[in-house]
Design a binder for this molecule. Structure first.
Ligand SMILES: O=C([O-])CC(=O)C(=O)O
Ligand SMILES: [Mg+2]
Length: 640
């Protein structure tokens, strides 16, 4: 069963306070859109939220001007695209019926399990299909958390969460939102990494859209197979660099699925507006190619023109199908493609690379906060990176940009405070000719240095950032060197998942004798050292992308601009408090993430308006309040 969520009928945004009011009013029974009169191709469930909407549908009026308050980009017209299609185009013969009984229970958008009331059980043919007990959503949350806590293997917890998402979507989000710190490591890094490695073996119901080389020439049709029409965010991967785990081919799908569940839980974007996509051009991972359970194309990766053409077809189809304002988030592409795709589509589409830009924004926020603990301005610090790929160069560039804004010094000058080490050693000007283009701005005058520890001793950075995807590279010698010339060395071990972290929190605190200011990409538990408890921060783009995307959506932005990344960083940094700093934390806790996301969204939206890139006009007066009101609520709706 595929379904069109209630709000899909409301507006392109589904926002503008609608989800708020929806949760407070009775809604019509879930409506099923079916393919043709025989429903052969499967039903499509839609809960129509407003009487008028349904009436218009019943009247055969496909122009759905639903709600005058539906501020973001107006109402939805011609949802199925039938009116807009020319006579020679193929259309789908949708009809509409009401979901009930067994099919209602099997529909994850509408299912409430034992929380269906007596009245709903009567009205919706559920009698006998449920045991007599009627329970609250809170009790369901309590029961599921107890179940999940019983599992000792993280992958079991992951599978339990995925099953819940497929069974009862609202309960899944309620669970995740109410227990965000506990469940983030389950649906996201580190467990999602293991899930991708074993995806073929654990897959039950496929999630997201798989677009492989087999679909070349048909991508627009494939997009139309997705049941939801009003997509606002697409997270797409080609699986070539999944976290720090390398090429996982088609099994990278776990990443877009996980990222988008955070878009909803942390950023309040409606689940029905989110589309996970994996582009399968093959894999160079021989282990997967030999794995009988592998789910992708069994061939080596297509590259060059063949690769570029498939991606281009996808990007064109996305814009054609969903319009100018759909956000495409590139995720976990290999370096060589990530930079090119961002450059190629940055001027024509609303695109965002999470690994380059999201990670940069979260790290800059952490550094701005860390200045409260170490003193000085950004420009007074010296930065050394291990790893000169997407994250390393992306962060470096955003720091240089912020320094340049603060000091009025040209970017070429501020970059000189930042040094990068890659697999061949310190990036210096004598290596210029052999460097990939994205590393060239960082080739400064210096004699060559082969390894990290010597680079640390020579450059004497105040901030050390690991972004190489290679674990255990911040050795005792490296951390001790940092601690020898810094009172409070800032050490960020960003690589994911935990197995790839440059060092553990315990190592950072122990080897620096409790002086390090530490944060990592994947979570670590608090560490006790010499009687003091240190709480490591999680420097992960999950702080940024949900709020960032929300800001783009609520402003109707049509392009991403670097200043929006700075705006997001500043908003996040402002959310960290003295109480957090006292515990050694440079980020606020994830438990406040919805509020944090609203502030990030508001700052990003404000920047979009300032830059003339916003189309949702006029600008709402109070953007924080507006962002909060727009957020999806996982509370059950009442069916009449
Ligand atoms: O997914 C995460 O945890 C952060 C990220 O984007 C990556 O490591 O590629
Ligand atoms: Mg990533």
């Amino acid at each position: 069963m595929i379904s069109l969520n209630s709000s899909s009928f409301l507006s392109n945004s589904g926002f503008s306070g609608i989800s708020r009011s929806v949760s407070q009013r009775k809604v019509l029974p879930p409506v099923v859109l079916a393919l043709g009169s025989n429903g052969r191709a499967g039903e499509l469930n839609v809960s129509a939220v407003m009487e008028s909407t349904l009436k218009e549908l019943r009247d055969g009026n496909t122009v759905l001007e639903v709600d005058s308050k539906s501020a973001v980009s107006g109402g939805v017209r011609d949802v199925q695209g039938e009116d807009a299609a020319t006579e020679d185009q193929i259309v789908t013969p949708w009809t509409i019926t009401v979901a009930s009984g067994y099919s209602l229970l099997r529909n994850p958008h509408h299912n409430k399990g034992l929380a269906f009331t007596e009245k709903e059980r009567d009205h919706h043919y559920l009698r006998g299909l449920l045991p007599p007990a009627v329970v609250s959503q809170d009790l369901q949350v309590k029961k599921l958390m107890a179940n999940i806590r019983q599992y000792t293997v993280p992958l079991q917890k992951y599978m339990a969460m995925m099953d819940l998402q497929e069974r009862n979507e609202k309960l899944f989000y309620k669970l995740l939102m109410d227990n965000v710190e506990e469940l983030l490591p389950v649906v996201y890094t580190p467990t999602v990494g293991e899930a991708c490695q074993k995806y073929g073996g654990i897959l039950r119901r496929p999630q997201g859209l798989f677009i492989s080389l087999n679909e070349k020439g048909k991508i627009l049709e494939v997009l139309k197979n997705w049941p939801e029409k009003n997509i606002q965010v697409i997270v797409v991967t080609d699986g070539e660099r999944i976290l720090g785990l390398g090429d996982l081919g088609c099994q990278g799908m776990g990443i877009p699925v996980g990222k988008l569940s955070l878009y909803t839980a942390l950023g309040g974007v409606r689940p029905s507006a989110c589309l996970p996509v994996t582009i399968d051009v093959g894999t160079n991972n021989q282990k997967l190619l030999d794995d009988e359970f592998y789910i992708g194309l069994r061939q080596k990766r297509a590259t060059g023109q063949e690769y570029a053409e498939l991606i281009h077809e996808f990007m064109c189809a996305v814009k054609q199908n969903y319009g100018e304002k759909v956000l495409v988030q590139f995720e976990d592409f290999a370096n060589h493609n990530a930079f090119d795709l961002l450059a190629r589509y940055g001027t024509t589409h609303l695109v965002f690379n999470d690994d380059i830009q999201g990670t940069a924004s979260v790290v800059l926020a952490g550094l701005i906060s860390a200045l409260n603990l170490v003193g000085g301005t950004l420009a007074e610090h010296t930065f050394l990176f291990l790893g000169a790929g997407e994250a390393g160069t992306g962060i470096a560039e955003l720091i240089a940009l912020e320094m340049s804004k603060q000091t009025q010094a040209p970017l070429e000058e501020t970059r000189k405070k930042i040094w990068l080490v890659d697999s061949k050693g310190l990036i210096v000007s004598s290596r210029m000719d052999s460097l990939q283009h994205f590393k060239k701005p960082w080739a400064h005058e210096h004699e060559p240095i082969k390894n990290l520890v010597d680079a640390v001793k020579a450059i004497k950075p105040t901030v050390l950032i690991g972004s190489s995807g290679v674990g255990r590279t911040f050795t005792k010698e490296v951390v001790e060197a940092m601690a020898s010339f810094n009172e409070k060395p800032i050490i960020l071990a960003l690589s994911n998942p935990t197995s790839q972290s440059e060092c553990t929190a315990e190592e950072a605190y122990t080897w620096s004798e409790g002086r390090a200011i530490f944060a990592s990409g994947s979570p670590f538990d608090p560490v006790e050292y010499n009687g003091k408890v240190f709480v490591p921060g999680q420097s992960n783009n999950a702080y940024i992308f949900p709020g960032f995307g929300l800001g783009l959506i609520i402003s109707g932005a049509i392009r991403v601009h670097d200043d929006m990344l700075l705006a997001a960083s500043e908003a996040l940094a402002k959310q960290a408090t003295q109480e957090n700093f006292d515990k050694g934390m440079i980020y606020p806790p994830f438990s406040n993430i919805r509020k944090i996301s609203a502030h990030i969204a508001a700052n990003v939206a404000a920047k979009a308006y300032e830059l003339g890139l916003a189309t949702r006009l006029p600008q709402p007066e109070n953007l924080v309040e507006y962002a909060e009101n727009c957020m999806y609520s996982p509370v059950y709706r009442s069916f009449r």
